[in-house]
Design a protein around this ligand. Structure first.
Ligand SMILES: Nc1ncnc2c1ncn2[C@@H]1O[C@H](COP(=O)(O)OP(=O)(O)OP(=O)(O)O)[C@@H](O)[C@H]1O
Ligand SMILES: [Mg+2]
Length: 257
């Protein structure tokens, strides 16, 4: 598998008032691979995600998509980038308009993403099939969906514009453990089928262990360590990573007991 960087951040600093949320953070998402960004609440994960989606301006540094700095792009390049880098939100029910059917939400997205109108029906049915949902879900309203179904619809919506990178911010945190596994499996399968690269924000090292080729550990806006997931989980060099691992082991024991 290729290991070219498709999406990376270089020396990102973000300061809110007198609080430094991110301090000189760099990361790399390799083509077709998953980078996990892990850390406790308030460590700066979502701030990094928002900067990566060009929703929040960094004080220093830039994010590069296919080699182009996203904060230096022309409006045309920004529109193009938005086709290729999509968000999977934490709370899919809030992210779907409650007054619109799944079909209407997908059409709104496809129109914004410049999918040709004559292809909408085929793309919508195909995107639902990719997340293991039948075409009957096109007529459903968000209130009629379970959390797992809503998250799969949010994924279907994101992949309808054939993106290269999915930024997932706590994409399974609001789901029960068994439904989490279903959604993670859908993402893994899509990654293989579509060659997607995932920027996967989570506070859960079990999810990192399951999903991520590489991991970046954030503590209070600082990178404490980064690299191959297996090496870092098996041989953590930093005390903070060891603390997170202890919490992970504790969580597993709670589930087992
Ligand atoms: N818009 C903002 N204005 C001021 N401070 C902010 C803003 N957004 C985030 N922060 C602060 O930056 C820090 C990092 O926040 P962030 O949301 O990135 O953390 P997080 O790692 O995603 O946490 P969680 O796991 O709880 O989602 C926090 O101290 C937060 O209070
Ligand atoms: Mg967050």
């Amino acid at each position: 598998m290729s290991s070219n960087p498709i999406f990376y951040g270089s020396h990102i600093t973000k300061i809110f008032g007198d609080h430094t949320a991110l301090d000189d953070v760099s990361f790399t998402v390799r083509q077709g691979m998953t980078l996990g960004v892990v850390g406790e609440s308030g460590s700066g994960k979502s701030t990094l995600g928002k900067i990566s989606l060009r929703l929040l301006h960094p004080n220093n540094g830039d994010i590069y998509f296919q080699g182009y700095p996203i904060w230096g792009m022309t409006p045309t390049q920004i529109r193009e980038m938005r086709l290729h880098v999509q968000l999977i939100p934490q709370d899919p029910k809030n992210a779907l308009n409650p007054a619109k059917t799944v079909w209407q939400s997908l059409c709104f997205h496809m129109a914004a993403q410049k999918v040709e109108r004559r292809r909408w029906r085929d793309v919508a049915v195909d995107s639902l099939a990719k997340v293991a949902l039948g075409p009957e879900y096109l007529e459903a309203y968000p209130a009629e969906l379970s959390g797992g179904q809503a998250q799969r619809i949010a994924i279907a919506r994101a992949i309808s514009s054939r993106p290269d990178v999915l930024v997932c911010d706590e994409a399974v945190s609001s789901l029960d453990k068994s439904v989490q596994a279903q959604v993670l499996n859908v993402l893994c399968r899509l990654q293989q089928e579509m060659g997607l690269s995932l920027f996967f924000i989570t506070h859960d090292l079990n999810v990192v262990d399951y999903m991520c080729d590489d991991v970046l550990v954030l503590n209070n806006g600082h990178v404490v360590e980064s690299g191959n997931t297996r090496e870092i989980l098996d041989h953590p060099q930093d005390a903070y990573t060891r603390e997170l691992l202890t919490a992970k082991e504790g969580a597993i024991r709670e589930v087992e007991s």
